[in-house]
Ligand binder design. Structure first.
Ligand code: B12
Ligand code: SF4
Length: 497
């Protein structure tokens, strides 16, 4: 049996975290499967706790784990490596492991450049990680473990290349592991979650879970990597299994808000409607937050009242760009008018609409930013996010953008710091243009809050605006946001009802 400390890296972009504290569900699943294989997993969500590297060091030393494992997307990869380095410094015998989207694609460069990293788990980790530990315990037939990567020297037990080899260490990547066929068979370790840590600030007193009902996406948006990670496959949990889990989380841990981590939860209309029906008949009272595609909202117009009745509160639709040419370039396969209509429908059915608009492509100009802002206002979602394009090195768009990329520091690949410089704008100009979009969009919004009749929605929006201005990355730009009109300032300072 191995003691495995599963931890999130201490990375903070200052965006989503402003709205709440969210559990890391990948680690919850991995922990469940390690435990089933007889190991002792401990989940330590250092990111959510706001612990710095020193605090993390203390915790690793105190836990005395055999293995420290972490997860990373591109923005958090440096922080994740810092944690693994700290683990090796505390005790070089600690086996270090990383999983998640960035390591999946960049395993070779990571293993070559970071002696503190022993293993990359590629793809889904639930079966691979316990098998890796079993192989290590048995003395190591590592090449037989599908879905991992490691330095060749590890096979000889030295952790280094053999003396006759020169140059950077060679990396062995074993064949990929097929995806898990039956998602209902997964065993997330919900009991290992420190539930008191998780809440959504805009629903005071709430207890927040992140859940997963499907994995994968069959679309091809060129800036995205999720569909590549899941190799354009799509798997679903049964409605009964998923709703039973929501009920369990609600009854056992008091969860009353759940964010679906699915890339695309509503793809199968029949299944999705069954989920809504089961929730409604069960009488479960859990708010659901989800992301989906514009065309599904249009498809589901007739059943949107059911969405609301089942607790769907907040829907993020990937609008991404406001002119058709850019949408086509992103391969979104949607029309601008469809996005506008989807947002209207979400609003009309009493739910909160959110969408994002990508800025900073090479041909961006002050005029095109203004056009995006004008259209964002016309679409009128409750929340608009203006994001700097972030070309993950493994996304299809990377090739097209690489000549305009201004930094290789992945910690900036977080949508809020410019990493691409448009040909006709300076970095400062595109940076300021994004802040200006936020200011223009939200100054208008806040002025109209008092017209919202639904008191819950009014309070939710007001509180969201407050946390955004007080806690998010925007706080440090408030000086650059110009004078905030007195009427708006009053709203933002007002205690929420
Ligand atoms: C939940 C979530 C979060 C949570 C994370 C909570 C936490 N405590 O860590 C919150 C809301 C905080 C968050 C924040 C951010 N996020 Co986020 N997030 C997601 C989301 C919606 C779901 C991820 C998930 O749970 N998937 C379900 C699980 C089961 O799948 P999985 O994570 O891939 O895990 C499997 C495998 O990868 C593997 N695995 C993963 N980790 C590990 C570790 C080990 C040891 C092993 C063995 C295996 C393993 O096994 C798992 C089970 O099979 C995804 C979008 C999406 N739909 O995937 C974006 C996503 C991951 N986020 C993203 C980004 C960019 C961010 C932010 C930078 C956004 C921002 N500007 O604020 C921030 C950064 C965090 C910060 N602290 O500032 C991007 C990453 C893009 C990229 N390729 O790098 C994504 C893909 C969204 C997108 N489409 O752009 N996020
Ligand atoms: S952005 Fe959404 S719909 Fe497009 S490929 Fe990525 S996960 Fe799929």
């Amino acid at each position: 049996m191995k003691k495995v400390l599963l931890l999130t890296p201490p990375y903070h972009a200052g965006v989503v975290e402003a709205a709440g504290r969210w559990p890391n569900i990948a680690l919850v699943y991995i922990a469940g499967h390690l435990r089933r294989a007889g190991h002792l997993p401990v989940i330590y969500d250092a990111m959510t706790k706001g612990d710095d590297l020193e605090e993390i060091r203390r915790r690793i030393a105190a836990e005395k784990p055999d293995c420290v494992a972490t997860t990373a997307y591109t923005a958090s990869i440096n922080a994740a490596l810092d944690v693994l380095k700290a683990a090796k410094e505390i005790d070089p015998r600690i086996v270090t492991v990383i999983g998640g989207v960035h390591a999946n694609f960049c395993h070779e460069e990571l293993l070559k450049a970071n002696p503190c990293l022993d293993f990359v788990v590629r793809g889904e980790g639930e079966e691979t990680f316990p098998e890796l530990l079993a192989a290590l315990e048995a003395g190591g037939d590592l090449p037989r473990v599908r879905g991992i990567a490691f330095r060749r020297g590890l096979l000889s037990g030295s952790g280094k290349n053999t003396p006759e080899e020169s140059g950077p260490p060679a990396v062995v990547a074993t064949p990929p592991r097929p995806f898990i066929h039956d998602l209902d068979s997964l065993v997330p370790a919900w009991d290992l979650v420190e539930w008191d840590d998780y809440t959504m600030f805009v629903i005071p007193g709430s207890r927040l879970a992140v859940v997963n009902s499907t994995r994968g996406c069959n679309h091809d948006c060129s800036f995205c990597s999720q569909q590549k990670f899941w190799e354009r496959t799509y798997r679903e949990r049964s409605p009964e299994n998923f709703v039973a889990e929501l009920i369990h989380l609600n009854r056992t841990y008091g969860v009353d808000v759940a964010m679906l981590s699915d890339e695309y939860p509503t793809r199968n209309r029949r299944r999705w409607e069954k989920i809504l029906d089961l929730i409604i008949t069960s009488g479960l009272k859990v708010y659901l937050l989800l992301e989906t595609r514009v065309e599904d909202i249009l498809r589901d117009e007739a059943i949107l009242p059911k969405y609301r009745q089942a607790g769907v509160l907040h829907i993020y639709v990937g609008v991404e760009a406001t002119d058709q040419e850019t949408l086509d370039r992103f391969n979104k396969r949607i029309k601008c008018e469809e996005s506008a209509r989807a947002i209207q429908l979400i609003n009309a059915h009493g739910m909160i609409s959110e969408c994002s608009f990508v800025l900073g492509l090479p041909e961006e100009t002050q005029e095109s930013v203004q056009r995006t802002l004008a259209l964002a206002k016309r679409y009128d979602p409750d929340f608009a996010h203006f994001l700097h394009i972030a070309p993950w090195p493994y996304a299809d768009m990377y090739g097209e953008l690489k000549d305009y990329v201004i930094t290789g520091d992945y910690s900036k690949y977080n949508f809020v710091e410019p990493v691409v410089k448009p040909a006709g704008m300076s970095v400062e100009e595109i940076g300021q243009a994004l802040i200006d979009c936020y200011r223009e969009f939200y100054m208008d919004k806040v002025r109209h809050f008092h017209r919202i009749l639904d008191p819950f929605k009014r309070e939710y929006l007001l509180l969201s605006m407050q946390v955004m201005m007080r806690n998010s990355f925007l706080k440090k730009h408030l000086g650059g946001m110009g004078k905030i009109p007195e009427e708006v300032r009053r709203y933002l300072n007002e205690p929420a009802v």
